[in-house]
Design a protein around this ligand. Structure first.
Ligand SMILES: NC(=O)c1ccc[n+]([C@@H]2O[C@H](COP(=O)([O-])OP(=O)(O)OC[C@H]3O[C@@H](n4cnc5c(N)ncnc54)[C@H](OP(=O)(O)O)[C@@H]3O)[C@@H](O)[C@H]2O)c1
Length: 283
């Protein structure tokens, strides 16, 4: 029987999420080629009980790329997609699957200017990871991804099989992605207070969170109440570092969908402009 060559794998955006997936692949001898904005000679993932060093380099010039890849993980922020699109044209052929490791529910639309819809495989990313000042990444829970049950998902299932990053597929990916989005939306309140998960133990914040979600989402608020008080969120880390925020993909989308369907969203109408101004100014 002919041997099938293992898929070639690249990763664009080796930040908190990208480093975690790169480390999981590296541990299974499937080290991806790394491409990013900032050069590094290696990546480092730290977690309870150990650390993984992923050999680089992280390459920063698309002109250096000689070949396309079977699978490209894209883990830049949603605010960085346009700037990172030069990598997509260099790394992807029409057969490449681009697995988008981002929050939000609009990945196919976001990547439509650069890739065909069938190539774009969205994911729900269920683990918190944060970049540390020494350029390592601190992984704070067991990595897990959910993908839509489509043919494109098979290459990701194969690439991450038997690694520390588990992958599940679901026929109802829309519900999974919206569930994660609602979690992200409530996490946006941390930006407005500059506080971490501990603030959800306040009853007034719980009331506000429930009003914001306005659905059967007590479960999500309960999860925040039980989280370690010092647990943050990537949008809070971005705010504290005065970087642009993913406010539109994480919070604005609820307001936009409400407007499209004629559903009032008074809490969004208050929160979204405050997040947008925190991100984009002026002032
Ligand atoms: N962190 C979490 O816990 C978490 C959990 C679930 C989902 N998410 C989602 O996952 C996505 C990635 O978040 P993250 O926290 O991993 O972000 P991150 O740590 O900021 O990583 C983004 C990476 O992309 C790189 N990058 C920026 N612009 C680029 C460009 N033009 N070309 C190539 N690389 C570029 C950054 O480089 P620099 O080093 O130069 O900044 C960085 O390595 C976001 O949508 C986020 O909402 C995050």
């Amino acid at each position: 029987m002919p041997m099938t060559a293992p898929p070639t794998i690249a990763l664009v955006g080796p930040g908190a999420i990208g480093t975690t997936v790169a480390a999981a692949l590296h541990e299974a001898d499937r080290t991806p080629a790394l491409f990013g904005r900032t050069a590094h000679d290696h990546l480092e993932l730290r977690f309870e009980g150990g650390r993984i060093r992923v050999p680089g380099p992280v390459r920063t010039d698309p002109a250096d790329i000689e070949t396309t890849f079977d699978l490209v993980f894209v883990a830049v922020k949603t605010t960085q997609v346009e700037a990172a699109s030069k990598w997509l044209s260099a790394l992807c052929s029409e057969k490449t699957v681009a697995c988008v490791l981002q929050n939000g529910v609009e990945q196919k639309t976001l990547f439509a200017p650069y890739l065909s819809r069938d190539q774009v495989l969205p994911s729900a990313v269920w683990f918190p990871a944060q970049r540390e000042s020494d350029a390592s990444v601190w992984l704070r829970a067991k990595p897990k991804l959910t993908l839509p049950d489509t043919p494109a998902a098979r290459i990701v299932l194969a690439a991450l099989r038997d690694t520390r990053c588990s992958v599940e597929v679901t026929e109802d990916f829309t519900s999974a992605a919206w569930r994660k989005l609602l979690q992200n939306a409530v996490a946006g309140l941390m930006v407005l207070t500059g506080r971490r998960a501990g603030m959800y133990s306040r009853s007034d914040i719980e009331t506000l969170s429930i009003a914001y979600l306005n659905e059967v989402i007590q479960e999500i608020v309960d999860a925040f109440k039980c989280a370690p008080a010092e647990l943050g969120t990537s949008i809070l880390a971005d705010r504290q570092a005065r970087r642009p925020l993913e406010w539109d993909t994480r919070n604005g989308v609820i307001q936009r969908c409400g407007q499209a369907h004629g559903i009032p969203s008074p809490v969004s109408d208050l929160i979204v402009p405050l997040l947008a101004a925190a991100s984009d100014g002026p002032g």
